[in-house]
Design a protein around this ligand. Structure first.
Ligand code: KG4
Ligand code: ZN
Length: 360
């Protein structure tokens, strides 16, 4: 079985080819064309500009993915495009291209949720064409933390393709907070890589930003017994961004203060993410904890979570995709697609792009 995966939900145009072999799924190619250079000058993604760039890039990217995989379109058995969540103009380009290819070549289409893709990036052990190793595959139950530009969610997975949302952000996503803080500090876009680079030279203890704990206060029940609500797994990052903005107004922004602010801000975000992840692990006792999404590329977050998960629950395996598979790419969409095909190989043309698609 050969899969052509297509991802175009935001500002990366990507296509990947995966093939099923006896020993498992092998990733043959993964081409990512980033639009960062185009959007950088506006300080963020401009939806119309992104859609136009996808239109220009999509066919060359698909052709290159096929060429890298030494495969012809006629050899493709399934096409798996991302159909949401994301920017409507961007999604449309990938979905409509996939539909055109499907109709003209009679190839079944399996639409994929972008967030599922981020989760399934952890099932790709094949990035360099190496064999999928059964023993290093995530074992269920899984607690997963997805941290991206648009989402911050804790998920419980008891089996493939079934998701229970156990925590989420009530306002900004973690990646969004990185991007907004970079803007406040007058640094470019996207903020995550810039802030994390700056943080490496900063002192994280210079500025203290509070960790947000959304756990409800203890209360008395009708018998006047004191009750303690369960620790909250939800996040909130908008106050942190405002606290940093207020701090900058009292400071003379020098390269040194920016480094210290970046380090202190990053520490606060990481501590927040770690606090709730550990709570979720203590409650659900998963066999595997997985980290994914663009912010999972952050080295300080990767190592802090690894250390803390191991400390709190040595029997829980900790997995995170290699850095190139954390930010948006089609390989992860194809991997999620593979499990969908296994469950139900019938394709469909009866779907549209859904910008606010939920994981369910
Ligand atoms: O998953 P992704 O590529 O796109 C979405 O689905 O949103 O995530 C992009 C986000 C951006 O907000 C970007 O600033 C953040 O991931 N990001 C990082 C790092 N690299 C990318 N955040 C923190 N540290 C990084 N090294
Ligand atoms: Zn993403």
């Amino acid at each position: 079985m050969n899969i052509l995966a297509i991802e175009s939900s935001c500002d990366e145009t990507s296509a990947a080819i995966l093939t099923e072999k006896e020993e498992g799924v092998v990733l043959l190619s993964n081409v990512v064309s980033s639009q960062i250079d185009i959007h950088k000058e506006y300080g963020g993604v401009v939806p119309e500009v992104a859609a136009r760039a996808h239109i220009e890039n999509i066919l060359p990217v698909i052709k290159k993915a096929l060429k890298d995989a030494k495969m012809d379109l006629n050899e493709i058995d399934y096409i798996t495009p991302t159909y949401g969540p994301g920017l409507i103009g961007s999604l449309l380009v990938g979905v409509e291209t996939a539909k055109s290819l499907s109709i003209s070549k009679n190839i079944p289409l399996i639409p994929i949720n972008h967030l599922e893709g981020h989760l399934y990036a952890n099932f790709i052990y094949t990035a360099r064409g190496s064999r999928l190793k059964a023993q290093s595959m995530p074992q269920f139950p899984i607690v997963a933390l997805i941290v991206s530009g648009g989402h911050t969610i804790l998920i419980l997975m008891k089996k493939h393709l079934e998701y229970e949302i156990i925590g989420k952000t009530r306002d900004d996503a973690a990646g969004e907070a990185f991007d907004k803080v970079a803007k406040i500090l007058g640094l470019g876009y996207p903020g995550g890589p810039i802030i994390s680079q700056l943080a490496e030279n900063g002192n994280e203890n210079v500025y203290e930003f509070p960790i947000v704990d959304l756990t409800k206060k203890p209360y008395r029940d009708k018998n006047q017994f004191l009750r303690y609500p369960e620790p909250s797994l939800d996040f909130s990052f908008s106050g942190l961004k405002t606290a940093l903005l207020s701090k900058t107004k009292t400071l003379n922004l020098t390269p040194k203060t920016s480094e210290d602010l970046a380090a202190s801000f990053q520490k606060c975000i990481i501590d927040n993410l770690t606090q709730n992840s550990l709570r979720a692990i203590e409650k659900h006792k998963p066999k595997t904890f997985i980290l994914s999404g663009g912010v999972a590329a952050n080295k300080a977050l990767r190592s802090k979570l690894k250390k803390e998960v191991h400390r709190v629950s040595p029997s829980t395996a900790y997995l995170v995709p290699q850095i190139s598979l954390c930010t948006d790419n089609a390989a992860m969409i194809g991997m999620a697609g593979y499990y969908h095909i296994k469950k139900d190989p019938r394709g469909t043309l009866d779907f549209v792009s859904v910008p606010s698609l939920k994981l369910s």
